[in-house]
Design a protein around this ligand. Structure first.
Ligand code: ATP
Length: 389
């Protein structure tokens, strides 16, 4: 339904969208996810033909947005990040105006607008001026405007911004129900929103596509679904022998030790296998007491953060959370040890200095005593000589 090929957008020297390609099937809800400045709005503006692309193409049901904009734009309803509302119009006037622009047949307009106002829950403010509406209501009027004419494709840039939690749930339900008759692309940086609503997630960062999959598959594949973090007391040999007895283990990463005699490891098992119980018995049999056992299921948040921290998956994999945490812990420990060593050295030095001073005092004392004795001896000798004389 929507085909984006090698889409590029440059603002001067700044590459805002960097060679994006993807497709969206009819009836699908695609979630466009990325941190601020990732290029979401720019991409959506290009898909809708609102701005020109530097290069690349976008087709909607075979119609090229840049070469055949009228046909392509007829199929698109767009809710930009800041909806372009006419503030001095009432809600119903605005929607009638949009219907006229979109060339909705006159006899169909009234019913369509009434239905859409009900759908987006703005029917209770239909006669009010838009400038007097709250932010949430304005957002819903913008959404209503995008739905007018029931275009096949809806492009919604941050559709729930400014809504309260109850409204967010209502709009999500509305978007889901719209997908029965529309193909939808929505952007968001709220991950729970994307996982709740979308069939497919595209994560972009710095204009580049990082990963694209269903929310469930992303969680599964990003090594998270079956990761166990284990802290155990024993030798590496013993632990490995015990692990060899467990079926379904795919990968074992030793992560060093955080305390003496303790080994930390990350164990990855095949999908749908929970090895925690077997681990418990295997370690008990091997005489390796378990100090920590945690099943790590990566949330979409974890994946998003990791993926957008680095530009490539391989880079992020190298920097797994446990690895990072362990590294930080080790660095802290190393610093502590170094500090302890320095303190020990200083104490030793002070003791040595004190000992040296004491020795010097003793030496002076001894010399004094010796001198006194010699003096006494000499006195005694001269007294004796005097007596003899
Ligand atoms: N008209 C413009 N001129 C110059 N640079 C622009 C323009 N519009 C966007 N950019 C830059 O392009 C990059 C992508 O911006 P864009 O608005 O598409 O990101 P976004 O993912 O939608 O971010 P947000 O979630 O904050 O809306 C940013 O670095 C932005 O500063």
């Amino acid at each position: 339904m929507i085909e984006v090929k090698n889409l590029v957008k440059r603002y001067g020297n700044h590459l805002a969208v960097d060679d994006l390609s993807f497709t969206v099937e009819r009836g699908q809800i695609l979630g466009f996810l990325g941190p601020n400045g990732a290029g979401k709005s720019t991409t959506m503006n290009m898909i809708t033909g609102y701005i020109a692309a530097t290069s690349g193409s976008v087709t909607i049901d075979g119609n090229d947005v840049f070469e055949d904009p009228i046909e392509a734009k007829k199929m698109i309803g767009y809710l930009p990040e800041i909806p372009p509302l006419y503030l001095d119009m009432s809600v119903v006037e605005y929607l009638e105006f949009i219907a006229e622009i979109k060339a909705v047949k006159k006899k169909e307009r009234t019913k369509m607008i009434q239905d859409i106002m009900k759908m987006t829950k703005v029917d209770d403010v239909s006669e009010r001026l838009i400038k007097h509406l709250s932010k949430g209501y304005k957002q819903r009027v913008g959404l209503a405007g995008a739905i007018v004419g029931y275009p096949e494709v809806l492009i919604l840039d941050e559709p729930t911004v400014g809504l309260d939690p109850k409204q967010i749930i209502e709009i999500r339900d509305l978007i889901k129900s719209l997908s029965k008759n529309h193909t939808i692309i929505l952007s968001s940086h709220i991950l729970s929103e994307v996982s709740a609503v979308c069939d497919k997630v595209m994560i972009i960062n710095k204009g580049k596509l990082i990963v694209s999959d269903s929310p469930e598959n992303l969680s599964k594949h990003m090594e998270g679904a079956n990761n166990v973090h284990l802290i155990v007391k024993g030798t590496k040999d013993k632990v490995m022998k015990a692990l060899n007895k467990i079926d379904g283990i795919v990968k074992v990463d030793f992560q060093g030790t955080s305390e003496e005699d303790l080994i930390e490891l990350k164990i990855q098992s095949k999908e749908a296998i929970d090895i925690r119980e077997e681990l418990f018995y295997a370690m008990a049999e091997a005489g390796c007491p378990i100090y920590g056992l945690e099943r790590k299921v990566m949330s979409l948040e974890d994946i998003f953060l990791e993926l957008t921290e680095n530009s490539t998956i391989t880079e992020r994999k190298k920097k797994s959370f446990f690895g990072q945490m362990k590294k930080e812990k080790q660095e802290e420990k190393q610093e502590e040890r170094q500090q302890e060593k320095q303190e020990e050295k200083q104490e030793q030095k002070q003791e040595e200095q004190a000992q040296e001073t004491q020795n010097q005092v003793m030496q002076v004392k001894e010399e004094h005593e010796k001198e006194n004795l010699e003096f006494e001896d000499r006195e005694f000798e001269s007294d004796k000589e005097e007596e003899e004389c």
